[in-house]
Design a protein around this ligand. Sequence first.
Ligand code: PLP
Ligand code: COI
Length: 343
Amino acid sequence: MEKIDWNNLKFGYIPTDYNVRCHYANGEWSDIEETRDEMIPIHMAASCLHYGQEAFEGLKAFRCPDGKVRIFRMEDNAKRLQSTCRALVMPEISTERFCEMAKRVVKLNAKFIPPYESGAALYLRPLLIGTTPDVGVKPAKEYSFIIFVTPVGPYFKGGFAANNYVIMRQYDRAAPLGTGRYKCAGNYAGSLLAGKIAHEAGYAGEFYLDAKEKKYIDECGAANFFGIKNNTYVTPNSLSILPSITNKSLQQIALDLGLKVEQREVPEEELATFEEAGACGTAAVISPINRIDDMERGLSYQISKDGKPGPICKKLYDTYRNIQYGIEPDRYGWVTVLDITEE
Ligand code: PLP
Ligand code: COI
């Protein structure tokens, strides 16, 4: 295993040994290549650089207490990438190819999978870029698909601790019928300013309301939102939020734990009624929410009573993590077990 300070990893980038790639030209995908090269040779007029023809994904692999390595819900990431491809007029990567590449890149970089005890994971970042040189605004003819990996620690400093967010009414992340529900680069560039302002004001992140009416909750920075009340898991239903695989998993776990699940419009005022709330995503897992401020209206929604994660968030978090680690049974076929022995 590599000499890395596994317990103090950030959500950043550490080089690993290999990445895997394939290329699309003349209507066909090439064979899969394994490379040690971290650079992509790219034409300065490539469509991804000018017109944002870029799609990406994010998923994790874990070294588990039984010594096995598990990748979490990779077929779902493959399907979401396909939906982004359709929206951005890019060629789709089949689920089979996506999964083959994901398994291969994890195996090739086995020594970079953090030990179980560290709580860290190997993050897989698939990305698809349009590479045809052309200054005309049109879909590229050639594409490259790459999956690289990097070991990561918690997305938020302090890991599973309650954070504060701020509603940023003057910025939208995505338009109702725009690209918010797809995982494409432009959505993130468009969120950087609101994120910067929120961080500078001491918040963990920015909180978006729906762009049309500014009434309903959309997303919590680059994560989905859920609230808990009356034994119910409530999460927004909106065309401009990314369909989070973590959120989908937590909804199932919530049902299994005997909670009700509601996916519907969540008006801002309802924040005052939640007993617990969290931001969820692959990177953050669950990041419990302490308080949400609406500075424009001079309102503060204090969700956590004692500044700590609540019991239902904790139970959801533990169950979700235990499924990822193979400690609890994988009832829904979410995990892919890889046969990799310790290096
Ligand atoms: N929302 C946004 C904007 C994201 O970028 C992500 C991260 O992927 C999520 C939500 C969470 O999605 P998932 O749980 O599939 O990682
Ligand atoms: C997540 O995986 O939860 C994210 O928010 C993705 C982000 C790092 C782009």
